[in-house]
Design a protein around this ligand. Sequence first.
Ligand code: G6Q
Length: 543
Amino acid sequence: MTAPGDTPAWKKLEDDRRGVGEIHLRQLFDEDPARGESMVAEGAGLYLDYSKHRLDSSTVAHLAELAEQTGMPGHRDAMFRGERINVSENRSVLHVALRMPRHRSLVVDGVDVVREVHEVLTRMAAFCEQVRSGSWLGHTGMPIRNVINVGIGGSDLGPVMAYEALKDYSKRDMEFRFVSNVDGTDFFEATRDLDPAETLFIVSSKTFTTLETMTNAHTARDWLLDGLGGDRAAVARHFVAVSTNAEGVAEFGIDTDNMFGFWEWVGGRYSMDSAIGLSTMLAIGPDRFDDMLAGFHEMDRHFLETGLEQNLPVIHGLLAVWYRNFFGSQTQAVLPYSEYLHRFPAYLQQLTMESNGKRVTLAGQPVSTDTGAVFWGEPGTNGQHSFYQLLHQGTEMIPCDFIGFNHALNPLGEHQDLLVSNVFAQTEALAFGKTVEQLEAEGVDAALIPHRTFPGNRPTSTIMVDRLTPHSLGALVALYEHSVFTQGAIWGIDSFDQWGVELGKALAQKIIPELTAEASPELDHDSSTSNLIRRYRKAQGRN
Ligand code: G6Q
């Protein structure tokens, strides 16, 4: 793989940055009034308008050359073939196999992974039918009304986001909750008003060793047994597991017949469409879960089969590279105009920042260019009444994704038209701003003109979707997954490991016994950490 900075395309892009990159969007639209119709791409039911970006079609061609010259398309094909592109963990990266149709086959290391995927999906569907129909009974003979997913990180963020996003399609007479934080408050608040006799826990953990999840799972087991009179046989009717660690699941006391597996080639943050999506399937039902997988798959095919300059995830990823590397943009905002997508930015934070927050190349050398930006966001229109001020008039230029829908799921009066008018108005204002001349023509007081001027030239993508459905959610998530892939491949990094997260898993282990030991422990930390430990011990009445 060639380092991005060593490619001929990089030099052209440096020129573009000094050329078209300095031209105001007002002028770019004056010179090419049709760019709003030509700088668009469509695929898997999504429409991307990237005309309000600080580039022209030749820059897009140069960015596509950068992708070619860094070997991105070959890397993509290697992922789809099941090659071990996660080099630091020596693993294949096959979330795309999770959504391949049943008739397909993908043999990796002698195993047809698609067949295995569908075996698990079939078992999940049978289980979900039982719970949803009320035929799966709890220990005391009552049907399940409450489902609590216990997991963290990739075993939580996808399930929460998908449940919230697809709530309109969910079984409304069931309650779905999610416990992730090791802060006992999370468990307490999730269970305080529930009857254990009607509650099912899904313990979701790829490794089944994660501190937070195992702590919450043990607390859940105690809560259940306390509530149901202590008969350990109750666990089998109220606990199921989603994991790759059958031994750990059995040790916990969950019958492995009630375990839904997945594979080491599914990264946590790429797992919401695996068995980790069991809570999603319980909420929306197996058929709609299939629709979601079909949406993912349609975007996978688009990514694999469409030319780079018409390829949504590729264009999206190239734009991220353009701003990160040529404008020095450190952050990117994601602004979904749907209340149902209120957890989507948090989900994307993990997908993007855990994947591309890397500082060495696949070969272990320091990278020669900046890598992943900070992702953040909130749903519109709420964000407009807070941080959009900085987007419009701050000193930073922050590229934004606006995500809008043609049709509301809850059409009420004129809400939908008002909502979408805000999408269009915001992107227009960010691009074109408001000039001194316009303000003067409006008769604005001269002293106020500097305050009321909007520089514009602030880039946005508009992603329009017909309606939020399981299918379109799948396509939207896959768009971002493959955009992240495109960026990581160009930067030559491993987007599929997460050693920074592993560090967090190990660090607390040393300090736990130092906090809990009866006798004052020997501390060999820095003075700040040791002092904080001593103060905390004192607050607990320990010396
Ligand atoms: C995701 C990360 C991380 C992981 C959690 C939970 O890509 O690896 O967020 O999902 O740490 O891990 P377990 O599923 O093993 O409990």
